[in-house]
Design a protein around this ligand. Structure first.
Ligand code: PMP
Length: 406
């Protein structure tokens, strides 16, 4: 019975062009990667889908740091953090991050997690207790949505970037604890949330601001400290989540918040307490990643990214102006996430397949990840892309647009 039941659901997904495919890579990440096709044959593709924004995953210093970390610490941490899994390497990463965010969050303290998904779940479930109300931005990442589903708090959603509506909802709430929950950079849109306005509302309504900066960390701000540095924000009301599997080139995540909030997370976040700590060797390498982000590699990477963003935006504007009738549009973003909205599910998958035939991989993103009718190519840029790489993408998109318009 279960087999028939789930097969029916799989068939329904296929009928709507919503089946997802697990692709297998045979080499490291961006910008060129050997990826197996449906026939099992591996081909080198120019990738516009990695979140390794600074190209650090392949950096020689990180490779070396992973080797050193493994030599010093061996494999896994062996236990959850409060039992015996918390090492000096974990401590050093948390300490560095607390120092990074001291100018943005008074009395900042940091706590490490194995993934961003887990960090978001921890923050939202631990703080979102029965006396709280969560005010969730409608385009939030799935991990924040799932945290809200698990939390005992009342959950309200506000429309994307609608500060006035959020203001009204906060004013109408009688909850003892009010928590605004938002991505800093929306993962499928690339837009930056209006954090200064959200923080002003938090101050005005005695609320707190939970910010998931998965895509801003390492990329935004002069030193790569993300959205808080980008906007120059400082408040004890900010609870920051950052991830380390994207611009930091490795894996993991962290929460930075006021010391008391952090202590409470440590005491009460069930998925922190009851889960094995990350490998100390990884933490050892993360220290090198943090040094790279704030050093010359990070500075150069951020400058390179901005140049590629400008090139892509200018090229796309010219292309879209020639093919207005197609109805495609680029979401206006100042981050490496540059989505090209195409509309239909089948249409976007055909476009992605056409690009792949030409040696370029850009994933098609469909509902429910994005709203129906806004299926898109989620183009992500990374510092390792050259001007010629971006031009190649623009040329192939121009050829595809030409065909679609014919
Ligand atoms: N938040 C956002 C906005 C994300 O895009 C992601 C990853 N896709 C996460 C959280 C989860 O981070 P991780 O991959 O480290 O679990």
């Amino acid at each position: 019975m279960l087999l028939e039941h789930v097969q029916g659901k799989l068939d329904a997904l296929a009928a709507q062009s919503l089946t997802r495919f697990l692709r297998c890579a045979d080499s490291g990440t961006a910008p060129r990667q050997r990826v197996r096709g449906p026939d099992g044959v591996s081909r080198e593709l120019l990738m516009f889908c990695s979140n390794d924004y600074l190209g650090l995953a392949a950096h020689p210093q990180l490779r070396q740091a992973l080797i050193e970390g493994a030599q010093r610490w061996g494999g896994g941490s062996g236990a959850s953090p409060l039992v015996s899994g918390h090492s000096a390497a974990h401590e050093a990463v948390a300490h560095t991050l607390a120092q990074w965010y001291a100018p943005h969050i008074p009395q900042a303290r940091a706590l490490g997690f194995c993934t961003g998904y887990m960090a978001n779940l921890a923050v939202v479930t631990a703080l979102g207790d029965a006396e709280a109300e969560l005010f969730c931005e409608s385009l939030n990442h799935a991990s924040l949505i799932d945290g809200a589903r698990l939390a005992r708090a009342k959950v309200s959603r506000y429309p994307h970037a609608d500060v006035a509506q959020l203001d009204a909802q906060l004013a109408a709430s009688s909850a003892k604890i009010k928590l605004i929950v938002t991505d800093a950079v929306f993962s499928m849109d690339g837009e930056i949330a209006p954090l200064p306005q959200l923080l002003a509302l938090a101050e005005q309504h005695d609320a707190w601001l939970i910010v998931d900066d998965a895509h801003g960390f390492g990329v935004l701000g002069q030193h790569g400290r993300g959205a808080l540095e980008h906007f120059g924000l400082c408040s004890p009301r900010i609870i920051l989540v950052g991830t380390l599997g994207k611009a930091a080139g490795l894996a993991g995540a962290f929460v930075v918040a006021h010391d008391t909030i952090l202590e409470y997370l440590l005491q009460s976040a069930r998925n922190y307490i009851f889960s094995t700590a990350s490998p100390p060797a990884l933490e050892h390498a993360l220290l090198s990643a943090l040094a790279l982000i704030e050093g010359e590699a990070g500075q150069q990477g951020r400058a390179q990214l901005q140049a590629r963003q400008a090139q892509l935006k200018a090229g796309m504007a010219a292309l879209l102006a020639r093919h207005r009738r197609l109805g495609w549009y680029l979401i206006d973003s100042d981050t490496p996430v540059q989505p090209l909205v195409v509309g239909g599910n089948a249409e976007v998958m055909q476009l992605a397949a056409r690009l792949e035939q030409a040696g370029i991989r850009v994933p098609g993103i469909r509902p429910p990840t994005v709203a129906p009718g806004t299926a898109r190519l989620r183009i992500t840029l990374c510092a390792a892309h050259t001007e010629a790489d971006v031009q190649q993408l623009l040329d192939e998109l121009a050829a595809a647009a030409q065909e679609a318009a014919a």
